[in-house]
Design a protein around this ligand. Structure first.
Ligand SMILES: Cc1ncc(C[n+]2csc(CCOP(=O)(O)OP(=O)(O)O)c2C)c(N)n1
Ligand SMILES: [Mg+2]
Length: 327
């Protein structure tokens, strides 16, 4: 454990810190905009789960791809999507990542390898197999990183995708964000398996459980899985243990959670855990970390201000870019 991150320079470690801060501030900002009725539809926020997205995506190489769920703002930002165009998409603006047609649940930025956020639970797991099959067929060596929740492991598409990926030795890295709840249901009330990593054994696949609030542990697990994928050894299932600070979506106060649970998880906040390590190892002083916090907040505020200024889509644009042009 202690050796994790030794391959990274101080600047690279601080970059992981910055990315997590930007995602946290971005999500807090989305919450405020939602309360002002500026966000259409719902939002599913990922405060508390930043280390999963940032650690995992930092292990990818150019050309690798990523798919995720409606709780995917963090993953898309971790891939390198610009904050302003991501925020503009959530606001339904013409300059949004999907020209305002996707919204919070469908953030996509193909240019950075973020191939889609999916609102239908489990729908993207077979899609991730498809991108891995493309990589295998073309011999590109690219990896297909696929994020999904604990609840998704009970849906048929999960089992089909795990089976297919294993039997065809596809380079998929399945990252299950186990945040203990699927909507309002605790995991144990829907799932007979306590340790989700054990589900991989049914598909003769390597299954590992990782502290999803430890950005370097996440990075190390995904680095190992990418190595296996690129060597043609097939997929890996990573269960990332984490917690969402907010309710399932913006209308959910999360009252079903036992008293004290949220506070206990906040004591293991991924950002403060990483800051403690950066300080303990002499990578950054408290002042430097505070400056990074202020800089991230300013970056998100500036991106939000730009996104708010940008125009609404023209009514005529609503049927454009919906279907691909025939070849
Ligand atoms: C096929 C399908 N069934 C049901 C839903 C409604 N639904 C939306 S999110 C969700 C819970 C998913 O939980 P989990 O996979 O743990 O992800 P989390 O929201 O915790 O990130 C459900 C049941 C849906 N979107 N798609
Ligand atoms: Mg969940």
């Amino acid at each position: 454990m202690a050796d994790q991150g030794r391959d990274l320079s101080a600047e690279e470690l601080l970059d992981l810190h910055r990315r997590m801060l930007e995602i946290r501030d971005f999500e807090d900002e989305v919450m405020r905009l939602f309360a002002r009725n500026l966000v259409r539809g719902s939002t599913h926020l990922c405060q508390g789960q930043e280390a999963v997205a940032v650690g995992a995506c930092s292990a990818l190489a150019d050309g690798d791809t990523m798919t995720c769920t409606y709780r995917g703002h963090g993953a898309v930002i971790a891939m390198g999507a610009p904050l302003d165009r991501a925020m503009a998409e959530i606001l339904g603006k013409a300059d949004g990542l999907c020209l305002g047609k996707g919204g919070s649940m469908h953030l996509t930025d193909v240019g950075v390898g973020a191939l889609g956020s999916f609102a239908v639970v489990g729908a993207h797991l077979p899609f991730a197999c498809g991108t891995a099959l493309t990589a295998q067929t073309l011999g590109t060596g690219s990896v297909s990183l696929c994020f999904f929740g604990d609840g998704s492991t009970n849906i048929g598409a999960f089992h089909e995708a795990m089976n297919l990926a294993s039997v065809w030795k596809l380079g998929v890295v399945f990252v299950c964000e186990n945040n203990l709840y699927g909507e309002y249901s605790p995991l144990a009330s829907t799932t007979p398996v306590g340790r989700l990593a054990d589900r991989a054994a049914a598909y003769a696949m390597e299954g590992v459980q990782v502290d999803g609030n430890d950005v370097l542990a996440m990075r190390a697990a995904v680095t190992g899985a990418c190595g296996r994928a690129r060597a043609g050894e097939g997929p890996t299932f990573i269960e990332a243990l984490t917690y969402r600070h907010m309710g399932h979506s913006r209308t959910d106060p999360g009252a079903y959670r036992p008293p004290g649970e949220l506070d206990r998880w906040k004591e293991r906040d991924p950002i403060t855990l990483f800051e403690a390590r950066l300080e303990a190892e002499g990578i950054a002083t408290r002042d430097r970390l505070d400056a990074a916090r202020a800089a991230a907040r300013e970056a998100v505020e500036a991106a939000t201000a730009r996104a708010l200024e940008w125009p609404e889509p023209e009514p005529d644009a609503r049927f454009r870019d919906v279907w691909a042009a025939p070849p």
